[in-house]
Ligand binder design. Structure first.
Ligand SMILES: [Zn+2]
Ligand SMILES: [Zn+2]
Length: 260
């Protein structure tokens, strides 16, 4: 299985207005972060998790050749707005719709934003999407098991936490972005995963995200063998924070590939 971090930031991943940001070394390419999304090559299938505004550019940079299945963790703009660029992957897939799994509200937003693309096939170059509400478990055609759990993301929205198990290797990866807590059910579902990818927004608490210390605590509860933090703001300088993290916790960065 290969995990490719296409984006690891938030909308404040690189400071947009506050150019005087103490401690962030903009000469370090690892501090240039697009909105968080990831690509999994698992059991020979291409699985895309979220697509923010830089999705297309990241796919070009990192040469993503296909998307067979799409998982939308939640409907915030920084995770959904790049979905229009799935159109090329529909085209190379013979025009067939890409299955899109999300929460009920995620599916509703996909249907609103991309109403022209909700159809079985595309023969005009625009997208074709098949939005589906994600259940507790899903078995992909190649045998991959996908399990889900709801994570709180502030008071008004929930995020789909996802755990993927590769059939051929038995390896497991959990993807827990955009959450301000990891409930017991989510700890249990991800228990002892090979790789945990988790929201680690900034040093201090936030009402809708985990701080870095909270993310580390959750990773320890889960017992993840290796953890990667994502969705960082400009407050997290890559080199400064990498030196402070526990041995099995690392900051992800755009373009990082991990073989699991
Ligand atoms: Zn969000
Ligand atoms: Zn987000």
């Amino acid at each position: 299985m290969e995990l490719l971090f296409l984006g690891t930031g938030t909308s404040q991943g690189v400071p947009m207005i506050e150019w005087k940001c103490d401690g962030l070394d903009l000469n370090n390419p690892k501090n240039w972060r697009g909105r968080s999304c990831a690509h999994l090559l698992i059991d020979g299938q291409h699985v895309q998790i979220d697509a923010g505004p830089e999705f297309r550019l990241a796919c070009i940079r990192d040469r993503v050749p296909a998307v067979d299945h799409f998982f939308l963790t939640h409907e915030h703009s920084d995770h959904i707005l790049g979905m229009e660029d799935l159109r090329r992957y529909c085209a190379i897939n013979g025009g067939n719709a890409i299955p899109v799994y999300s929460t009920e509200s995620g599916v509703a937003r996909v249907k609103t934003l991309f109403d022209y693309g909700i159809r079985e096939r595309s023969d005009d170059g625009y997208i074709a999407l098949n939005p589906l509400v994600m259940g507790k478990q899903l078995r992909l055609p190649a045998g991959t098991l996908v399990e889900s759990v709801i994570l709180p993301h502030g008071k008004s929205i929930s995020t789909l936490g996802l755990v993927f198990t590769e059939q051929t290797s038995g390896k497991r990866i959990a993807y827990y972005t955009d959450c301000n807590a990891v409930p017991d059910a989510a700890v249990e579902l991800a228990k002892n995963v090979d790789v945990l990818v988790i929201d680690g927004l900034r040093p201090n608490p936030h009402p809708t995200h985990l701080s870095v210390p909270e993310a580390i605590e959750a990773a320890q509860k889960i017992g993840a063998k290796q953890t990667y933090l994502i969705h960082m703001t400009w407050q997290i300088d890559h080199d400064t924070w990498s030196a402070k993290l526990p041995a099995n916790v690392a900051l992800a960065y755009d373009g990082l590939r991990v073989c699991i």
